[in-house]
Ligand binder design. Structure first.
Ligand code: GAL
Length: 491
């Protein structure tokens, strides 16, 4: 036995000796590369033609919460400049482009009673130009811009929104599904519900924590599942594409190796990623057990007559389970997690339900975003965690990127991408089945509450110039060289 252990150790040493800094690593041929954007963040044309008002139009026009008092009225002006966007995509040499559809641009009233021909024509033209350029289009249906009149009816807290989302999805499948073969139902439902319904840092900023985010998630999970089934039964046989959602997740690293901190980190993952992933990707379906138990118990202690976490019926659990063709993942950063020092509070609150504390290691390099620290190894750990917990699904990374302030010579972004692409390679070598990698973002754009003060682009956009000229940053050239060679250097 000892002999075999020695041999194994020697093999390991020999292999790690080969892992030399600067060594060229080749990506598998099965991995495709792209970039992503979202409608509200780049399009502008907020009232062009017959487009209806959405919750971000309303939020930015009627509150003063955006850092630089800006909005997406013009943004990158992609509504008028999508041909330039396609040129940039060609310059980069991407395999695909992930963009989102503005619901109120194609359905001005939110409902499918009236379609905007101009809205449909805009996306038609973009899709056709992409195909002509040999770039695969992939569409996100919902990237946070709900039509305002659907919000006035309760938005995602209203269970009937499931059917209105399906109407929208159906219009999109009908109009674009002959050419679009990758569909993402929802982008980061966690952010939609936590920040927009429980909190106030995204539209519609309801701030009803411990209640509204659970209602929101419940509706979104059902809407996602129904869109999956619709596509699967009606459109897949004729259009032959694939559909899933894209979940945001950081990696939760236990702050210490104490059993309490390890448990806290696991619970944090279940309350955040597991909240959406467990119902869809686990064998048993439904919300994670730890979440059901804790919210039920806290609700009881707080005097509620039932758990603030709504329950799925057994039929709903079965209907939602397995509604994926891939695991869409948006990943940016890692957090240290520990058991909280604070006592729990009497009022309903999501963070109290989770009962953990997250904080960064002070040695991790930062970015322009307070939450975004550079920790490539967390990416590898997260991919492996998904692989182990959800039965080795095909993972499509739909967002990964770095923010800075105003810098075309963006060496920190290059180092971020190089680190994270190495971590991706490590995860692939570990056995994770990753087929898509997407950089966020093609160009600087409207970064929600931060306005234009945090830039994530490979292309620099001059927001002071009415023509919104775009210039490649150093990172665009770096990404292009990765895409041309399909290799990176070991860091
Ligand atoms: C994601 C989001 C994007 C983008 C990015 C950078 O959460 O999907 O729209 O803003 O973060 O913060």
């Amino acid at each position: 036995m000892a002999f075999f252990k020695l041999i194994a150790l020697l093999c390991l040493l020999a292999v790690s000796a080969l892992n030399v800094k600067g060594e060229v690593r080749k990506f598998p041929d099965t991995l495709s590369f792209g970039v992503a954007t979202a409608a509200y963040q780049i399009e502008g044309g907020w009232n062009a033609s017959d487009k209806g008002e959405n919750i971000w139009d309303r939020f930015t026009h009627t509150t003063d919460t955006i850092k630089d008092r800006s909005n997406g009225d013009v943004a990158c002006d992609s509504y008028n400049q999508h041909k330039r966007d396609v040129e940039m995509l060609k310059e980069l040499g991407v395999d695909f482009y992930r963009f989102s559809i503005s619901w109120s641009r194609i359905l001005p009233e939110g409902f499918s009673n009236r379609l905007s021909q101009d809205g449909i024509a805009y996306y038609d033209s973009l899709i056709n130009d992409l195909i002509q350029a040999n770039i695969t289009p992939s569409i996100t249906l919902y990237h946070w811009d709900l039509p305002q009149n659907l919000q006035d009816l309760g938005g995602w807290a209203n269970p009937l929104m499931v059917d209105y989302f399906i109407d929208f999805a159906e219009v999109a499948f009908e109009a674009f599904g002959d050419r679009v073969k990758t569909w993402i139902t929802f982008n980061e439902p966690w952010v939609v519900c936590i920040e927009g319904y429980g909190g106030v840092t995204k539209a519609p900023a309801l701030g009803i924590s411990g209640i509204a985010e659970y209602m929101c998630a419940h509706t979104i999970l059902k809407a996602h599942a129904k869109a999956y089934h619709l596509y699967d039964e009606v459109y897949r046989p004729i259009q032959n594409g694939r559909i899933g959602m894209s979940l945001n997740a950081g990696w939760d690293e236990p702050a210490t190796q104490s059993p309490a901190d390890i448990e806290a980190a696991q619970r944090n993952t279940q309350f955040n990623l597991g909240w959406y992933a467990h119902p869809v990707f686990s064998r048993e379906g439904d919300y994670p057990q730890v979440m059901k138990d804790r919210v039920a118990q806290k609700s009881l202690e707080q005097g509620y007559s039932r758990s603030r976490l709504p329950e799925f019926t057994p039929e709903e659990i079965a209907y939602i389970r397995g509604t994926y063709d891939f695991f869409g993942l948006n990943h940016y950063t890692t957090t240290l997690v520990r058991m909280p020092t604070m006592r729990s509070i009497a009022k309903a609150n999501f963070w109290d339900d989770v009962g953990t504390e997250g904080f960064p290691d002070p040695s991790w390099p930062g970015s322009a975003s307070s939450w975004l620290k550079v920790v490539p190894w967390g990416f590898r750990k997260l991919l492996n965690w998904i692989n182990e917990n959800y039965n080795n699904p095909e993972i499509m990374v739909f967002e990964n990127g770095f923010s800075d302030r105003d810098n075309k010579d963006d060496v920190d972004r290059i180092s971020y991408y190089n680190g994270y692409l190495n971590a991706l390679m490590d995860a692939i070598e570990d056995g994770c089945n990753v087929s898509i990698y997407t950089a966020w973002s093609l160009m600087d754009n409207f970064e929600w509450l931060e306005g234009y003060t945090e830039r994530f682009g490979l292309y620099y956009v001059d927001f002071n110039d009415p023509r919104r000229p775009r210039t490649p940053k150093a990172s665009a050239l770096y990404y292009k060289s990765v895409l041309d060679s399909r290799t990176i250097e070991r860091d």
